[in-house]
Design a protein. Structure first.
Length: 232
């Protein structure tokens, strides 16, 4: 008999806010919930929701970081998935069927956890996931996209594998560069002002922008918010 836990399916026509156990700023949920009103917690993220009197539709993970109080409060939506060959972030993303995910509490804590989360973005390339840290928004680039950015905005590119591409609208074009973590990376490039077009030959490039430009990122994915996004 197969006793493996069955993952929940969180199906939504709107965006999902996914909360991890790391640091979350005072205004972060106020920014994310109007854009992605469906709440899911990855393990210890449930503790932060309980503290703010918010209720998730699902709590997913190995449950090694959830408090007894959160376990009791959210017992009917807990989904214990104890496998150790993937992270709680991976487990949560595997359960989500939605237009996009805004991830909070996954960036800026332990370095090893952060690296595992960034690697996890490559495991669900079909699902647009935008990680918000204290200063940045991070996402896996599609094969082609255009961002509308003011002049001088930092545009950092970090390869998670071998990848090449072309660009328009950057101070330093990326054409002809063979990117890889152990070769060339593309941090601290800058927008020239207006349209920044990026094309890649593989889904292995992370884009890192100041989080104030979350609205431009969503528009670049065809997920234009109805109201301007104030992400600072």
């Amino acid at each position: 008999m197969n006793n493996m836990p069955i993952a929940p399916k969180v199906k939504s026509l709107s965006g999902v806010t996914l909360l991890g156990g790391g640091a979350v700023g005072r205004r972060d949920l106020d920014i994310c919930l109007p854009l992605a009103p469906v709440l899911v917690a990855a393990d210890g993220g449930a503790n932060r929701l309980l503290a703010r009197d918010l209720r998730p539709v699902a709590v997913v993970g190995d449950m090694d970081s959830i408090s007894p109080a959160a376990r009791a409060a959210f017992g009917d939506v807990l989904h214990h998935m104890p496998a150790q060959d993937d992270t709680d972030f991976d487990k949560a993303l595997a359960c989500i069927d939605a237009p996009f995910v805004l991830g909070l509490g996954f960036v800026g804590a332990r370095v090893d956890h952060g690296l595992a989360v960034l690697a996890g973005l490559l495991h669900r390339p079909d699902l647009p996931v935008f990680l918000l840290g204290a200063r940045d928004v991070i996402f896996l680039a599609p094969l082609a996209m255009t961002l509308d950015l003011p002049r001088g905005v930092r545009v950092s590119l970090f390869p998670m594998g071998a990848v090449a591409g072309q660009s328009q609208g950057l101070d330093w074009p990326i054409g002809g560069i063979d990117f890889a973590p152990d070769r060339a990376i593309g941090t601290s490039n800058r927008a020239r002002g207006g349209a920044v077009s990026l094309q890649f030959d593989a889904r292995k490039m992370l884009v890192i922008l100041p989080r104030a430009h979350l609205g431009a990122v969503l528009c670049g994915f065809g997920l234009a918010p109805q109201e301007p996004v104030r992400a600072e």
